[in-house]
Design a protein around this ligand. Structure first.
Ligand code: AMP
Length: 213
């Protein structure tokens, strides 16, 4: 298994991971999973890109990443650019005209994508990146963090869609390309990061790298 104790993106820049997740109030185990993911990404020196919010899992993710010294960029539509919605402590905030532009920007900025538990906004973002992958307009790996089986029914649906032949007409699309699923953030990050197409050397770093630098 590759050592992802630190990661670097193309040209030595930080790997960027876009995270979709719920903005609403959530059960503590989902909030804990979001915080664990934020901390993990920061500790692996991965730049977090997300929707820029302060609420729910979004806030838990960003708070934990920032507390661990991570770099966090938010991308927010102008209509949501209000103090009660945006996270106040982000490294960077990009304000875009509308939600469609945000979805595109969140994909464009990413080397890989993680979806944590969330509601319709998260589902919409996921569907957009999967549809774009199906149509060949991007090839970023997408991982589902299946905390407490949250995404089981969505995974079942995708199997049903594949069995019914609704995925096969997308040239080259394989069900396993859509289904990077794990309930463990470390394993999920590994499977997503190792499919970013980066050379092994960009993903490998000695376990002691952080202490040595
Ligand atoms: P939902 O899953 O319905 O809570 O929507 C969350 C997803 O939609 C996030 O990944 C965001 O990109 C976007 N989003 C929805 N509501 C908000 C909000 N209040 N603040 C920031 N982003 C939001």
């Amino acid at each position: 298994m590759r050592d992802l104790s630190r990661t670097a993106g193309p040209g030595g820049r930080r790997l960027r991971m876009t995270v979709f997740c719920g903005a609403g109030p959530a059960d503590p185990e989902y909030l804990r999973a979001a915080a664990a993911t934020g901390q993990l990404l920061a500790e692996r020196d991965i730049h977090v890109v997300y929707g820029g919010g302060r609420l729910g899992l979004m806030g838990a993710l960003a708070d934990a990443a920032l507390a661990a010294g991570g770099e966090v960029t938010g991308v927010i539509p102008r209509a949501l650019h209000t103090a009660d919605i945006i996270h106040p402590g982000l490294s960077r905030l990009q304000v875009v005209p509308d939600t469609a532009t945000r979805k595109q920007r969140l994909t464009d900025l990413a080397d890989g994508i993680l979806a944590l538990p969330g509601g319709l906004g998260t589902l919409d973002e996921l569907a957009c990146v999967w549809a774009a992958a199906a149509h060949g307009t991007h090839a970023r790996p997408v991982g589902l963090l299946n905390t407490c089986g949250y995404y089981n029914s969505l995974v079942d649906f995708l199997h049903t869609a594949a069995d019914a032949g609704f995925l096969a007409h997308h040239h080259g699309l394989r069900l396993e390309d859509l289904l990077l699923v794990d309930d463990d953030p470390v394993r999920l990050l590994h499977s997503v990061a190792s499919r970013t197409g980066l050379p092994d050397t960009a993903l490998r770093a000695p376990a002691t790298a952080r202490g040595a630098m």
